[in-house]
Design a protein around this ligand. Structure first.
Ligand code: THU
Length: 143
């Protein structure tokens, strides 16, 4: 029986297609490495984003940055399932910074398609720092 935080019923093929479509909008003239990301929200929306580079190189916006912006621009909420692709449509692991972005907006039990199959947010960002650590400033015993 599916629990409230289960991602059972997630249509991963729909997410893959949305990620591929997003990737086609990428602006990646410097790396020539287009990326697309898509996610299913807890209330059933699909949000997506592509990477957007600029001449500074270092200030590049990953696809996940656009995705979380899209999440908030379309009603906010939390993410249930996530899929990221490269130019060939192959699954791409989110970079370290983007794992943190995704962690902030994870729904309980959020899952990601990875190069090793479906994993939970906690598996791809173990022992994460998050909003819970800001609740009691000065308390070093963060359980
Ligand atoms: N990139 C993303 O968009 N997301 C990731 O999680 C990994 C990297 C982009 C940033 C840059 O435009 C290109 O891929 C090469 O690093």
């Amino acid at each position: 029986m599916a629990s409230a935080d289960s991602t059972a019923g997630v249509d991963w093929a729909v997410l893959e297609a949305a990620a591929v479509a997003a990737m086609k909008n990428a602006y990646a003239p410097y790396s020539k490495f287009p990326v697309g990301a898509a996610a299913l929200t807890a209330d059933g929306r699909i949000v997506s984003g592509c990477n957007v580079e600029n001449a500074s190189y270092g200030l590049t916006l990953c696809a996940e940055c656009a995705l979380v912006g899209n999440l908030h621009m379309t009603g906010g909420g939390l993410l249930r399932a996530f899929y990221c692709v490269d130019a060939r449509g192959n699954v791409l692991m989110p970079c370290g910074r983007c794992r943190q972005l995704l962690y902030e907006f994870r729904a309980p039990g959020m899952e990601l398609m990875t190069t090793q199959g479906i994993k939970t947010m906690d598996q791809v960002l173990p022992d994460a720092f998050g909003p819970q650590h800001l609740e009691e400033p000065g308390d070093t015993n963060h359980e």
